[in-house]
Design a protein. Sequence first.
Length: 145
Amino acid sequence: MREEARRRSDYRHFQDITTRWADNDAYGHVNNVVYYSWFDTVVNAFLINNGVLDLEDSKSIGLVIETQCNYFSSVAFPDTISAGLRVTRLGNSSVRYEVGIFREGEDSASAQGHFVHVYVDRLTRKPVEIPEAMRLLLQTVLVPI
């Protein structure tokens, strides 16, 4: 059974993203791989801007182990989109982020999906507990399902 598009109210944090001419494909809409880039952008910007991820010095890093996306309506340059973020599962070393992509002025997601990060030691790549400061931040956008 096909998932239904979520609403803006289903998400806890938003980031505006401007589409680029290069995002469009030969069919005149944003190519599917760009959506995954937007997923990375909203999650990593949220973590960096809130001071819990330092790309160069954090002892632990999140590795993506699973991704998925459903598409409901087209997005195309020069649309401005808003990426909604929520966390639906927060484990000891893993987190499931869910992202909704909304066209400006629309309440229903044009696309939505998720990815799972497993946090590992930067050097050994062995799973580690999510750092406490990060866990506290992630709890602010947690919506258990």
